[in-house]
Design a protein around this ligand. Structure first.
Ligand SMILES: [Zn+2]
Length: 248
């Protein structure tokens, strides 16, 4: 069923994955831009750096809901499938736009979170780090906005609207070494993150897309799978195993 994809994965030497929100919908985490996306219910403005400065209390009223959702979520079969590919030596890096930390929970070790992570927070004045679970406790105890010992407002360690993405240079260096990229659960519309698959393709590498909806890179991709990632990725892993099990 996925012969070509399996063949490409096995014949490449530096495979990476580039993942987005579709990766975590199977874990019950809202897809921002999809039909039931979070931004249909909230204005994106609320997750901006500006909003945090102007109205930290409302920012945290919104953000604490997202964080609580995250702490209830767990890695789904698609996260576990990528972790298994890493252990098989068929995936060097996961570069993710997600801030939920579920790749690591699913067992992946080499993960670059270009939009940061909701699992951690820090003081916007003195940069003291905080566990987000600790910050949620402060809010539960009526301390909103949550404040650092220095008096500064604590913020999540994520890239807010209006802030530059993290580690994009490292991600693009890795992309320029890769000879295969799997773009999974991402609409590939967010700049500059979508430079990752473009870079691999422009350097002559292969692009495999697994996503529910069409993407702007479908026509240049080597393979496109339309489907639920938590179903497709474990199937690909099973096919890799049966291919590796064959006597050659
Ligand atoms: Zn501080």
């Amino acid at each position: 069923m996925y012969e070509k994809i399996v063949e490409y994965l096995l014949s490449s030497s530096y495979q990476i994955a580039f993942t987005g929100a579709g990766m975590s919908t199977g874990s019950g985490i809202s897809d921002f831009r999809g039909p039931n996306g979070l931004w249909k219910r909230y204005s994106p403005e609320i997750a901006s750096a500006d909003f945090l400065r102007k109205d930290p209390k409302s920012f945290w009223e919104f953000y604490s809901v997202r964080m609580r959702g995250l702490f209830e979520a767990s890695a789904n079969p698609s996260h576990k499938a990528l972790a298994e590919m890493e252990r098989m030596g068929l995936l060097k890096w996961v570069i993710t736009q997600n801030i939920d930390g579920l790749h690591q929970q699913g067992g992946s070790r080499n993960v670059i979170e270009i939009h940061g992570t909701m699992r951690r927070s820090y003081c916007s004045t003195c940069f003291e780090p905080y566990e987000s679970s600790e910050v949620l406790k402060m809010i539960d105890q009526g301390q909103n906005p949550p404040l650092c010992k220095c008096g500064g407002v604590i913020r999540p360690d994520v890239v807010l609207f209006g802030e530059p993405v993290k580690e994009i240079e490292r991600a693009l260096k890795i992309a320029s070494r890769a000879d295969l990229v799997m773009a999974i659960g991402t609409s590939l519309t967010v700049y500059p993150a979508n430079l990752v698959p473009r870079t691999v393709k422009e350097n002559g590498g292969r692009l495999i897309i697994v996503n529910m909806e069409e993407t702007p890179l479908d026509e240049v991709a080597d393979e496109v799978v339309r489907g639920q990632v938590e179903k497709v990725l474990p199937e690909i892993v099973e096919e890799i195993k049966s291919e590796l099990g064959k006597v050659r």
